[in-house]
Design a protein around this ligand. Sequence first.
Ligand code: ADP
Length: 495
Amino acid sequence: MEDDSQNQDQRTPFVIPDSSFAREELLAELDRLNRRLARRDFELIQMKEQREREVLELKKVKAQLEEAKGVLEIKVNAKTKELRDFTANLEQQIKERTRELSEKVDESENSRVALMNMLEDMEDLRGRAQEEKEKTLAIITNFVDGLMFFNASDVLEIINPQVEVYFSLDLDESRQILDKRVSEWGNIKELEPLVLLLGPDLKKIFRKEIALRENMVLEVSAMSVGSAPSKVGTLVIIHDITREKTVERMKTEFVSIAAHQLRTPISAIKWTLRMVLDGDFGPVTNEQKDFLEKTYQSNERMINLINDLLNVTRIEEGRYLYNITAVNLEDVVGKIAETYTEIVKHKHLTLKYQKPDKPLSQVKVDVEKISLVVSNLIENSIKYTPANGTIYVAISEDQGKIKVSVKDSGIGILKSQEERIFTKYFRGLNVVRMETEGTGLGLFISKNIVETHGGKIWFESEENNGTTFFFTLPIASLTPPMPSDDPQTAAVQKL
Ligand code: ADP
């Protein structure tokens, strides 16, 4: 509209008309102008109203904006506070972390120093271990006995030159068995006896002999190093006992010859004395009889000693032969116990024979030798039990075995000497003072006899409180072959 009026203004420029016509024209013009003005006013009013509306609108927007600004300011403030808190918190955390880290740095520095020290110590220890290893190897290499070390998997790790000397092994053969188990050694003829003795799984053995050649007897011991589960391996020690064996054989031969030589004159003395005592050479006075009786008893002890010595030499030479028959041991033991009635009474002791509750199975034994064992045990209990003591002899059957026991209330066996009880010539320290007579051969012979019958012998004892000796024998149906049945077994030498 405005543009329109402007256009009109341009189209009709204000011109001063002539007077008559002019007045009307002017009036008309005025009127036109008035109308244009009125229109203009109206437009202005409208425009003003429009402006006012717009101002109102703007004010509204401003108010809204201010409100939004307020909200925003609150939010900004809250966010700023949050951020400040967060920053403070973060700073705190960073400080703590820094402190922790510096502590850790200190710690790791300490650890580093400790580690360095440990490394130094380790190095030191390694050096010492190496030194020890070299020392041990030098000892093993130069050891007078043969040494073999098998690791925990039974693989041969170390072998010293002495083994090679004993078994005449050359370098190749020695290399052939190294780093191998016994079962993988192959067919080295010289090693056969050792392979047989050790077995594929390295039996734990204690002193077994190998007669390698005419003049070479070796003693082999295998022992575990460390105990399960931390077993380190097995050490096999091979010791040359040729000299000891020769000396022992010579000693045995000497004892055997001496005992044989003594047997004849001592038997002659025995029978002569008996005849004198029986009055075959004329009457003897009571005083003479007393002396002769004592001499006869001493001679009897000498005969027993010689018999023991002969038995030992026979055992050692594998000539102790057995005459096996099937018997019921109950009668045998009962009869032997009975023979001691007088002696027991004389020593103020009581001997009780405890019969079995039910009949016993038979055993296959050399009756004479088993009787020797029973007599030995009863005689020992009589010898080593002070007056007023009691001795119980019992026999029973249990789990396929016949068990004989001789129990006394005597002086007992010293704890420290228990292991030596069945060895040759051993006599306990406590008995030597009490009973001077004795050879220390009875239990050695007894053990050999019982074990050769496939049985076992052992004892339980308490110092000053008595001893019980036991032995078992397998019943007849279970008895293993005896040495007399198999001459090769008879020749087995026992240590
Ligand atoms: P000996 O009796 O001739 O000395 P043995 O071989 O029969 O020889 O016995 C060996 C040792 O065993 C005895 O010297 C003694 O120390 C001990 N011994 C055997 N039986 C008994 C026992 N019943 N009580 C105490 N010690 C015993």
